[in-house]
Design a protein around this ligand. Structure first.
Ligand code: NI
Length: 182
């Protein structure tokens, strides 16, 4: 298992519309293991494949609290069949470190998807699981939390993320070989 690098906004790979999973073979199983490892290492509730640069329609979630047994789930080729109610929930995203935003979502969703072996299933979700499913499904369509807030918050988040990116670039360019630059 490998912890993969999580892409941060404004990486363009987060904007790709991901392709359906067709092959549930060994390399897909490896991907799922890596996604689990990466999500737990980052202490996230969910992770979508495009967030590690893999343009496939699959995400993993585990909405169990720390004191509860883990509830690791894989959703491949997910679809929301029904959505009921409205709820505002403060969400974070591993691709927007440090940002938390109140976002409006459906309260309950009925979802169909395939498990890690390609076996279809259907479930009704509510609470945090319903939110996580909607958030991660957005990632598969290249939609991010910044697209779900008003224009003022959008500009603010954009500015904060660009600042973080510049800081990251500045610190990585402080490598010793740059001392040789004329
Ligand atoms: Ni996210």
């Amino acid at each position: 298992m490998t912890i993969r690098k999580i892409l941060h906004y404004p990486d363009k790979r987060l904007r790709v519309r991901a392709e359906p999973v067709q092959d549930f073979g060994p390399s897909f199983q490896q991907l799922i293991e890596d996604m689990a490892e990466t999500m737990y290492a980052a202490e996230g509730v969910g992770l979508a494949a495009p967030q590690i640069g893999v343009p496939l329609r699959v995400f993993v979630v585990d909405t169990a609290r720390e004191d509860e047994p883990s509830e690791f789930r894989v959703f491949a080729n997910p679809q929301i069949l029904e959505a009921i109610g409205e709820v505002r929930w403060e969400e974070g995203c591993l691709s927007f470190p440090g940002i938390r935003e109140e976002i409006e979502r459906a309260e309950c969703v009925r979802v169909s998807a395939m498990d890690r072996n390609g076996k279809p299933f259907e479930l009704w979700a509510e609470g945090l699981l319903a939110i996580a499913i909607q958030h991660e499904l957005d990632h598969l369509n290249g939609t991010l939390i910044i697209d779900r807030v008003g224009p003022i918050r959008r500009r603010l988040i954009h500015r904060e993320m660009m600042k973080a990116l510049e800081a990251e670039r500045a610190s990585s360019s402080r490598s010793p070989e740059l001392g040789l630059r004329r």
